[in-house]
Design a protein around this ligand. Structure first.
Ligand code: GLU
Length: 449
């Protein structure tokens, strides 16, 4: 990659020292610092008053015990987190992740990314992230409810519509948000709709929120293709994952004329040369919460299931990693480039390793980082907050139109900023600088905070 400017090296050294044993957080900070050399060279005031050091240090970190009782009457203990990273643009905003891999370093990396992503949306939201090492896989509905209730019994004192507004992420969807909202409402004795987003439509959720991250990703890629003088029509697309982001990215891409040939879950991937049957994927993953291997069992001919393995071996022109961090490595990137990929855009948060990004960059592949390409989810969360604040409920079309407009705005901001700083086409650099400048300007105006 570009390397880190000499002036910024001590900042990274402090981050590494202060956050020992948190490789994902180091990776996220390193990646942003690599872009900031060009800003401080042109505008030295941005490195004054330890501004960048302050941006790298969360405003507040909360770690708590989450005790709950399973269906066999056994007491279980998990660890809960909320990292309130930066509130200079608005209340902390960001999802909650329930996954066994969660630890403070993972939440910190996600919170750090969220600060820049949220700034890029242009909406008045700060950045934060939370979660737990709780594994929802195989848990009954009642176990999920008891866990969410216990999680909120602690979290409620730290959040609020003007303080911190959590939402979903991996392992947290409308069901979990519903249980958490119910407990928050009970504990506070107030119907504070704007305290959580990703709510059900029955009690203050926004239309198009569920679809927003995936739809937004497809809109972002549409702008990238347009820039290249082309479109989705007839292009082979591979999407990793089969959760909320992947499913709705596929839906929108299909409507744009793209062809989805493969998707995956944590156990393996499916290839369907006839084009993935999205309704079947939805049935398996959304309704039955089952494994993607069932798709191949039901489809038979023309469809294969590969246990484990890498979905990035499947030849495609558009690759959309929508599963989790560091799922696409240098070897995968080489295979994609060799097979003729033209666009890679991150639907998940930091799914490409630094080696993969470097490989795309040197091969001249268009690459969009998650903090730009997947910002449609949180942007629509901000639209949900807007609707809640005005006690309004918008139509699907109106919400999607706003989302599309926001995604086009993010694309333009990344593209123009990259151009302005002498790296045309480098969306990662453009996203980091454009996001940073918005946060930095607000922080500078507020004094040393
Ligand atoms: N978890 C999503 C993200 O990574 C959405 C966050 C939100 O809606 O607050 O951006």
């Amino acid at each position: 990659m570009n390397g880190i400017d000499e002036k910024l090296q001590p900042i990274l050294a402090t981050v590494l020292h202060r956050n020992a044993g948190e490789p994902e957080f180091h990776q996220a900070v390193r990646e942003v610092l690599e872009s900031l050399g060009r800003v401080v060279a042109r505008h030295p005031e941005y490195s004054d008053e330890a501004l960048i050091e302050r941006i790298c240090e969360p405003e507040r970190q909360i770690i708590f015990r989450v005790p709950w009782i399973d269906d066999n009457n056994q007491v279980r203990i998990n660890r809960g987190f909320r990292v309130q990273f930066n509130s200079s643009l608005g209340p902390y905003k960001g999802g909650v992740r329930f996954h066994p891999s969660v630890n403070v370093g993972i939440i910190k990396f996600l919170g750090f990314e969220q600060v820049f992503k949220n700034a890029l949306t242009g909406m008045p939201i700060g950045g934060g992230k939370g979660g737990s090492d709780f594994d929802p896989k195989g848990r009954s509905d009642r176990e999920i409810m008891r866990f969410c209730q216990s999680f909120m019994i602690e979290l409620h004192r730290h959040i609020g519509e003007y303080v911190d507004v959590p939402a979903g992420d991996i392992g947290v969807g409308a069901r979990e948000i519903g249980y958490m909202f119910g407990m928050y409402k009970r504990l506070n004795n107030r119907f504070e709709a704007g305290v959580l987003t990703g709510k059900g439509l029955a009690y203050g959720g926004s239309r198009a929120r569920k679809e927003a991250t995936g739809f937004g990703l497809a809109y972002f890629v549409q702008s990238m293709l347009e820039k290249k003088g082309t479109d989705f029509e007839g292009k082979r697309c591979v999407v990793s994952g089969s959760g909320n982001v992947a499913i709705y990215a596929m839906e929108k891409i299909l409507s744009f004329g793209g062809k989805i040939v493969a998707c995956s879950d944590s156990s393996g991937y499916i290839v369907d040369e006839n084009g993935i049957d999205l309704e079947l994927v939805k049935q398996i993953k959304e309704s039955r919460r089952a494994r993607i291997s069932e798709y191949a069992d039901l489809k038979g001919q023309g469809c294969t299931y590969v246990k484990c393995g890498s979905v990035w071996q499947v030849p495609c022109e558009i690759a959309l990693p929508c599963a989790t961090q560091n799922e696409l490595n240098g070897t995968d990137a080489k295979a994609l480039v060799k097979n003729g990929v033209i666009v890679v855009a991150e639907g998940a948060n930091m799914p490409c390793t630094p080696e993969a990004v470097q490989h795309f960059r040197s091969a001249g592949i268009m690459f969009a980082p998650g903090k730009a390409a997947n910002a449609g989810g949180v942007a629509t969360s901000a639209l949900e907050m807007q609707q809640n604040a005005s006690r309004d409920s918008w139509s699907f079309q109106k919400t999607e139109d706003r989302l599309a407009e926001i995604m086009r705005g993010i694309h333009a901001a990344c593209d123009q900023t990259a151009e302005e700083f002498g790296a045309p086409g480098d969306y990662a650099l453009g996203a980091n600088i454009a996001g940073f400048v918005r946060v930095a300007d607000a922080m500078r105006a507020m004094g040393i905070i």
